[in-house]
Design a protein around this ligand. Structure first.
Ligand code: PA5
Length: 437
């Protein structure tokens, strides 16, 4: 059984059932290519069976290591960029949204900080200063083992850690997640005897959150990785079983976004009314942007956090260029309850909603916005989660991964490569005078 549901009902005015039905044959072809590992980029289809194939032994090892890291660290710094960073942060922020304000020293969970996802000097300086008085560990993640941003951050942090604890103890506080045999990080991890985990060869960075890349940081943060994987397994089984386009939420989402794209809706905004999902949107932006944006094609994936952004981008969405469609992630139940108090003076005029839950007001804001956007020619798709927890996040991750692969195949691109990201690196290396660049 899955808990996530996908609803395209609001967009019936923009896409007819006949237009969807035209994709029946194509979807079955693409599904076949994915499950039989025959499609474009088929050497990177390892994510398809990852949830069901992950061994109990690996999960146990991750949990044990997470426990050791937790017991020796007030702070854990996760070093990585792109697919080696966003998935872990997306899940950790989504799950910690139930209790975002933790008093230092009072929580059993270490503080999770991130580095190596940009090159800002002040940020990394401030991080090193902050770590001076903290017990901390490092999780360094890079599939290639050669990416500049995390490599620089790791060099800075490793030096800091070694000066603080001495080389032997520092080595026990470093966990490396990288390729099985290649890359500078692999070599360093072997030489220094860091505890290491492998990113499977057939899983690309942005599809790697359900490998140790995401699972170790998530477990260190105190969340249940077995339940997360169980959610992904449930979704994987559901999507494999449902071979009818209309019954398969991932196929339906992929088809609808391509139909809308072909009708001139070149921008998709993924909207949430729950700030804890903002990093899930960042992960989604990378997944779809890097997978589809190539060969002069692709939907531009943008993200919005409502109601906050209704007071900024809301104007553009309502009345700007009509090239946008919107996908909303709706969440049924919050984890805590808060009602709006009655006020005897009622100067703010809010007594008409006194006694109502804040989540009810949020839901009415969401419904009102969807209606307004539909009136403004912004088609709406909706992904519904009954609540934010490990199970539903596991489902959501796999749902998006499968949708993205199908959508990329509909667009006729290889959703698993990213040749375009090399361009900036070439120029940067030349400007920096890298030998051989
Ligand atoms: O999806 C991808 O492949 C990329 O976003 C990578 O994850 C990102 O560039 C980081 O690469 P690496 O893990 O090799 O450091």
């Amino acid at each position: 059984m899955i808990h996530l549901s996908f609803d395209a009902g609001q967009s019936a005015r923009f896409v007819s059932p006949d237009e969807v039905a035209l994709f029946n044959r194509e979807i079955s072809l693409h599904r076949n290519n994915i499950y039989e590992k025959k499609g474009k980029g088929n050497d990177f289809l390892g994510w398809v069976t990852l949830p069901e194939e992950i061994s109990g032994q690996l999960l146990k090892q991750l949990q044990d290591d997470a426990q050791s890291i937790r017991s020796q660290s007030e702070v854990v710094v996760v070093i990585g960029i792109g697919g080696s960073y966003l998935g872990a942060r997306a899940v950790i922020e989504a799950l910690s949204g139930a209790m975002p304000f933790k008093n230092a020293g009072q929580s059993p969970d270490p503080e999770i900080l991130y580095a190596g996802h940009h090159l800002d000097e002040d940020y990394h300086y401030a991080l090193l200063k902050y770590l001076e008085n903290k017990d901390y560990s490092l999780i360094v993640i890079s599939k290639s083992g050669t990416t500049t941003e995390p490599a620089i951050a790791f060099r800075l942090l490793r030096k800091h850690l070694e000066e603080k604890y001495g080389v032997p103890e520092a080595a026990g506080r470093i966990y490396a997640i990288t390729d099985a045999s290649r890359g500078a990080l692999k070599q360093l991890a072997d030489e220094q005897k860091y505890k290491s985990y492998v990113i499977p060869d057939d899983v690309g960075g942005r599809y790697s959150v359900l490998t140790p890349v995401g699972l170790l940081p998530i477990a260190v943060a105190g969340y249940n990785i077995e339940t997360l994987m169980a959610g992904a397994v449930a979704m994987a089984e559901h999507l494999q079983k449902e071979d009818k386009l209309q019954q398969n939420p991932a196929a339906k989402y992929a088809v609808l976004r391509n139909i809308l794209y072909n009708k001139g809706k070149h921008i998709e905004i993924l909207a949430t009314y729950n700030p804890s999902l903002l990093f899930m949107i960042e992960w989604w932006k990378q997944l779809f942007g890097e997978s589809e944006g190539k060969e002069g094609k692709g939907i531009f994936p943008a993200g919005v956090g409502f109601t906050t952004d209704l007071h900024s981008l809301g104007q553009y969405i309502q009345e700007g260029r009509r090239s946008i469609f919107e996908t909303v992630i709706s969440v049924g139940n919050t984890r805590h309850s808060l009602t709006i108090p009655e006020d005897s003076q009622d100067l703010d005029g809010l007594n008409y909603i006194a006694g109502k839950r804040l989540s009810y007001v949020n839901e009415m804001a969401s419904r009102g916005t969807m209606m307004a956007h539909l009136e403004g020619e912004v088609p709406n798709l909706e992904i519904r989660l009954p609540a934010i927890n490990e199970t539903t996040l596991g489902e959501l991750i796999y749902f998006f991964e499968m949708s993205c692969a199908l959508s990329g195949y509909i667009l006729d691109v290889n959703p698993f490569d990213q040749p375009g990201v090399e361009a900036y690196k070439r120029n940067m290396f030349q400007l920096l005078g890298k030998p051989g660049a």
